[in-house]
Write a protein that binds this ligand. Structure first.
Ligand SMILES: Nc1ncnc2c1ncn2[C@@H]1O[C@H](COP(=O)(O)OP(=O)(O)OP(=O)(O)O)[C@@H](O)[C@H]1O
Length: 301
């Protein structure tokens, strides 16, 4: 679904819709009200680029775990330097889809993908694709922080050492990545301490710094805040709103308000199918499919 106007107009539509609901005496349900609030705050809208080119283009993807089909004919454009949120109930295929983008599913025996996944016009699944390089270009953060049992410095330096960089370059890049992940000030005096001594939220930002160190172009995030408290969640969301200027981000989230707070585009998954996708504000305010409408209004979860 393409855009239907300037982002400012989106707000006006939201406001108008709210006013008309009120005028008609329609109750504003809880979910509706908080979604409105999240959409009105505007941060993702500030970064909305309606003409952003496609960074990754998936077409007619079917995915199978052995004989079980988990994804059905998914076509989704992932726009460059925009956040695309994948929402939908548990088991709807969001994580499976996310993992097809950097071939993480290759690690699962008997799994297979049909269809097309291209990044910058190159086939992600081509035989000649170097999967290690691909996963550097398309970094990933998981639900639970998974730092290596090494020092804070070594966690971030790891990928750079594999790439064979000189000591000075590694030091500079570690600092830069920690700064970009908004962690530098908290750890600069204890870079040699174990990463496992950090709080959960800090560990998750360390994992982000580790991914950023090898200069990815795309970041995949699989519910990166689901194990974090509200303050740590807020930090991750603020970071995403800054990182979108430089990276293409795809995030799985169970939390619709979170999608509204951070994503320019959203796709709604149900039972392995992509029911609808488009601008986040449109999808929440004017869903075109009845299943989307039911989900965003909280009638099933
Ligand atoms: N490694 C696996 N082997 C076999 N089936 C799997 C595997 N991982 C996921 N599935 C199945 O694929 C389907 C989609 O799961 P997936 O984890 O992608 O959904 P999801 O929307 O991300 O769910 P959640 O929000 O609970 O993480 C489910 O039926 C799940 O049981």
């Amino acid at each position: 679904m393409e855009s239907k106007g300037h982002p400012g107009l989106q707000y006006m539509r939201v406001e108008a819709e709210l006013e008309s609901r009120k005028a008609e005496g329609k109750p504003e349900d809880q979910i509706g009200a908080s979604l409105h609030l999240a959409l009105r705050k505007g941060t993702p809208q500030q970064h909305l680029r309606l003409n952003a080119p496609c960074k990754i283009e998936v077409k007619h993807a079917n995915f199978y775990y052995g004989s079980q089909q988990a994804l059905f004919d998914i076509s989704l454009p992932i726009r460059e330097r925009q956040v695309t949120a994948l929402i939908g109930p548990s088991g709807s295929g969001k994580s499976t889809f996310l993992r097809t983008l950097n071939r993480m599913n290759d690690l699962i025996p008997q799994s297979r993908l049909e269809g097309e996944a291209m990044m910058d016009g190159e086939n992600i699944y081509a035989k000649k694709t170097d999967v290690v390089l691909l996963r550097q270009k398309i970094g990933m953060m998981f639900q639970r922080p998974n730092p290596f049992p090494k020092s804070i410095f070594e966690n971030v330096a790891y990928g750079l050492r594999v790439q064979g960089h000189a000591k000075k370059v590694i030091e500079e890049q570690v600092e830069r990545s920690l700064r970009d992940a908004a962690l530098w000030d908290e750890v600069k005096d204890r870079l040699k301490s174990s990463a496992l001594s950090l709080s959960g939220g800090q560990q998750q930002r360390l994992c982000l710094a580790r991914a950023l160190a090898v200069k990815p172009e795309v970041l995949l995030m699989d519910e990166p805040a689901s194990a974090l408290d509200p303050i740590a969640t807020l930090k991750i969301e603020e970071l995403i709103n800054e990182l979108v200027e430089y990276y293409t981000i795809v995030i799985v989230t169970h939390n619709m308000q979170q999608a509204a707070r951070i994503a320019q585009f959203t796709g709604f998954f149900l039972s392995g199918r992509l029911i609808e996708h488009g601008q986040t504000a449109d999808l929440f305010q004017h869903p075109t499919q009845p299943e989307t409408e039911s989900y965003v209004s909280g009638r099933f979860s």
